[in-house]
Every structure is written in structure tokens, then in C-alpha cells.
Design a protein around this ligand. Structure first.
Ligand code: HEM
Length: 154
């Protein structure tokens, strides 16, 4: 009997140890799940690459500094997802104010991000966590256009 109880306790300790060892992987930040800086860099590269080929939005980037945009997007995603970064770029309202963007442009951009994450094998659930963090930006990125409407230009 004592031998059985020792075995039971040993099993219990092993199960507990396995659970604790597995915990850090599950408790990681979204930044970790997206592959940290290297993973985010690949995702952003894929996103920008697709945006520049997408007939719905590519013209918007004609005057943009693409290298700078790539770097800032990566840092922005890093900060948003809990990574150890600092975002030195402009706010979303200021950055997009002159671009005259409509909701369809925003949706097209989100699609390029989804496609880039698909290509990197990011699970659907993880993708949605990043998209949920970007969704509130819709107001600032697209609102610049509505703000320009009243008083309508000739
Ligand atoms: C979730 C959506 C979006 C996010 C997170 C995002 C993020 C950013 C960031 C971080 C910058 C750099 C800011 C800076 O220059 O200091 C930027 C700039 C820019 N974004 Fe977006 N953006 C989004 C949607 C869009 C859409 C829908 C378009 C156009 C279809 C767009 C076009 C641009 C362009 C052209 C610039 C460069 C502006 C310039 O160089 O003056 N963005 N965006």
C-alpha cells in the first residue's frame, strides 16, 4: 500500500511539473506567439509587399517611404502585442490624414495582413488577436476623410 501511495504521489508530482513546464508557452504574449521581432518583420514585409501589388490600394503608396513604413509598422505591432519596443512614428490620424482613405481601403489593408499571416502559418485565433488590436484604429485612419467632407470642396 505505501508503495502504491508513493507511486501515486510520484505521478501527481510529474503531472504538476509537466503542467508548470508547459505553462510559459501558453502564457506567452501575443508578441511571442507571432514570433517576436523576426516573425513580425516577416509578417510586415509580407503585408507591405501585398499592399504594393494590390490594385485597390497600391497607388496610395506612390509617395511613401516604404522602408520607413515597414520599420514603423513592425515597431507598432511589437508595442501593441506586448513586445519590448518603442514606436517613434506619428499617430494614426496624422499619418493618414492626407490620404483620403475609405473603409474599403482599410479592409483591403487588413486583408493583406491576413494573407501575410496565413503565409507565415499564424493560427486563425492568433491572427484575430492582432486584428482586434488594430480594429480601433479604423476611426482615426478613415475618419480623416469624413472630417474633410463637410463644406465639400468644389
Ligand atoms: C490597420 C491599419 C493600418 C495601420 C496599423 C497602419 C499603420 C501605419 C503606420 C505605423 C504608419 C507610419 C506612420 C508614420 O509615417 O510616422 C503608416 C503610414 C502610412 N500608411 Fe498606414 N496603417 C494602416 C492602414 C493604412 C491604409 C488602409 C492605407 C492605404 C490604403 C495606409 C497607407 C499608409 C501610407 C501611404 C503611409 C505613409 C504616409 C507617409 O509616408 O506620409 N495605411 N501607417
Amino acid at each position: 500500500m505505501p508503495a502504491f501511495s508513493l507511486a501515486s504521489r510520484t505521478v501527481a508530482v510529474l503531472v504538476l511539473a509537466a503542467t508548470l513546464l508547459a505553462a510559459p508557452a501558453r502564457a506567452g504574449t501575443l508578441y511571442d506567439e507571432l514570433g517576436q521581432r523576426a516573425g513580425l518583420t516577416r509578417i510586415v514585409d509580407g503585408m507591405v509587399h501585398r499592399a504594393l501589388l494590390d490594385p485597390r490600394i497600391k497607388d496610395t503608396f506612390d509617395d511613401a517611404n516604404i522602408e520607413r513604413l515597414r520599420g514603423l509598422l513592425m515597431l507598432q505591432f511589437c508595442v501593441l502585442t506586448g513586445g519590448p519596443c518603442r514606436y517613434p512614428g506619428r499617430g494614426m490620424k496624422a499619418a493618414h490624414a492626407d490620404l483620403n482613405l475609405a473603409p474599403r481601403h482599410f479592409n483591403a489593408m487588413v486583408e493583406t495582413l491576413q494573407d501575410a499571416m496565413d503565409a507565415e502559418g499564424v493560427p486563425f485565433w492568433t491572427q484575430n488577436r492582432l486584428l482586434a488590436l488594430l480594429a480601433p484604429m479604423h476611426r482615426d485612419i478613415v475618419a480623416a476623410r469624413s472630417a474633410a467632407k463637410p463644406g465639400a470642396a468644389p
